[in-house]
Structures are given as structure tokens and as C-alpha cells.
Design a protein around this ligand. Structure first.
Ligand code: MN
Length: 238
């Protein structure tokens, strides 16, 4: 007897300046990590340790490539179903190269393979409903194509950025403008904190939170953004 097991292609991201691919294992995200964004969402930034949520691994994809197998063209992001309030959140993306648990902050950067710039797309209306009903956030954050990303830059070449401009424009209008130095929890703290809850593995990626200025997208909008020294992306909402 033979049987066929249908398995989707594993998710991977391109590596800047290289033919190599980074294979994605899991996608984690930090909830609030810039004081000005915590305040604009009605929260006190001084009281909270970092908290995490997750997206399916295949939520992440390279904007430059699209997802040909699912008919998403390069530089396009489909407007998702079940929302009338799709928000953008530009974020530093950390790619884990070496796994571990209970990682100490002073050793955490040894576990980071590289960095990208990605957008944590959010069905804000579903998230607001989930918050008010004390239900899970999952489907407000984790949906098809909800994590468009740049190619990844290896830390071996680009280092570990502690300070860099992070920005996002919609139709050439500036919406988000911040600096990685304004993160409440820096990358070593985030990696260490997450590794106390799960064993990190190679291929895990972490979205590290967004600065203030989040807002809604509608079909036809052109989003541009990025992080200086790491990368830029551009896509149209279709
Ligand atoms: Mn976010």
C-alpha cells in the first residue's frame, strides 16, 4: 500500500545579497514595546513586562517575491476578510539562528542570526472585540499574508542594530517614524524573555513591536517603510 501525504511548502525568506534562504519555523510577536505606541493604545508603558503572541509561520512572506503558489504578486498584499479596520505596524524582525531556553540577556545576541523589517498587519476591529470579550487575539493577528517582510540581513555582515530609524508611509504620507533605541525592551531582553516561555529553535522569528502612528489601510493604498541599515519594503493593498 502507498499513501500520499500532502504537505505545503515550508516558509522561507530570502537573505539579502545571497542566494541562501532562511527557513521559518515559528513567528512570535511582542505586544507593546514603544512607550508612545502603548500610550496611543490606552496602556501604561511603565508597568508591563514584555508579552507575546504568535502568528502562523506562513503568515510571513517576502514582499519582493509575493507568494506565487497562492497567487499573491510581488509588492502586493491582499486585503484580508472579516475586517473593516486593517492596521499597519512596522517592526524590527529578529531571526533566531541558534536555539535555547532560559537564555541570559548578555548572551542573547549570540542566538540572533539576522534582522529584517516587517509589518505586523492587524485586524484591529477583531482585536478590539477580542479584548472586550476577553477572547484570544489569534485571528486578529494571525491570518493569511499578515506579516509582509523584507529580505533578512545576517548579523555576521550587518551587526546588531541598537539604534536606527524605523518608519512607514502610506501613499507617501509619513505615518510612523521612530527609532529602535526607543524600544522599552531591547532585542536581548526580548530574546531572553521569550526563551523563558518556550525553547527557541533555529528559524524562529520575533516581531519586536511598533512605534506610534499605527492606522488603517484600504485597498489601493501603497505602503512603504523600513529600517535604516536593514531594509525597505513597498507594497500595494489589493
Ligand atoms: Mn505589533
Amino acid at each position: 500500500m502507498t499513501s500520499a501525504l500532502l504537505v505545503p511548502s515550508p516558509t522561507s525568506l530570502p537573505v539579502a545579497g545571497s542566494p541562501e534562504r532562511f527557513f521559518v519555523h515559528r513567528v512570535y510577536c511582542v505586544g507593546r514595546n514603544y512607550a508612545d505606541h502603548a500610550r496611543e493604545m490606552g496602556n501604561d508603558p511603565d508597568r508591563e513586562p514584555p508579552f507575546f503572541f504568535a502568528k502562523p509561520a506562513d503568515a510571513i512572506f517576502a514582499v519582493d517575491e509575493g507568494v506565487p503558489a497562492r497567487h499573491v504578486a510581488p509588492h502586493e498584499v491582499p486585503y484580508p476578510p472579516q475586517t473593516h479596520n486593517l492596521h499597519f505596524e512596522m517592526e524590527l524582525v529578529v531571526a533566531i539562528g541558534r536555539g535555547g531556553s532560559d537564555i541570559e540577556p548578555h548572551a542573547a545576541l549570540d542566538h540572533v542570526w539576522g534582522y529584517g523589517a516587517g509589518v505586523d498587519l492587524t485586524r484591529r476591529d477583531l482585536q478590539d472585540t477580542a479584548k472586550s470579550l476577553r477572547r484570544p487575539w489569534d485571528l486578529s493577528k494571525g491570518f493569511d499574508f499578515s506579516a509582509p517582510c523584507t529580505p533578512l540581513v545576517p548579523a555576521s555582515g550587518g551587526g546588531h542594530p541598537a539604534s536606527a530609524r524605523i518608519w512607514l508611509n502610506v501613499d507617501d504620507e509619513p505615518k510612523q517614524m521612530g527609532d529602535l533605541a526607543d524600544q522599552i525592551w531591547a532585542v536581548p531582553d526580548i530574546v531572553a524573555a521569550l526563551s523563558r516561555s518556550v525553547t527557541l529553535l533555529p528559524g524562529d522569528v520575533i516581531f519586536t513591536g511598533t512605534p506610534a502612528g499605527v492606522g488603517a489601510l484600504v485597498p489601493g493604498n501603497v505602503v512603504t517603510g523600513g529600517i535604516d541599515g536593514i531594509g525597505e519594503l513597498s507594497f500595494r493593498v489589493v
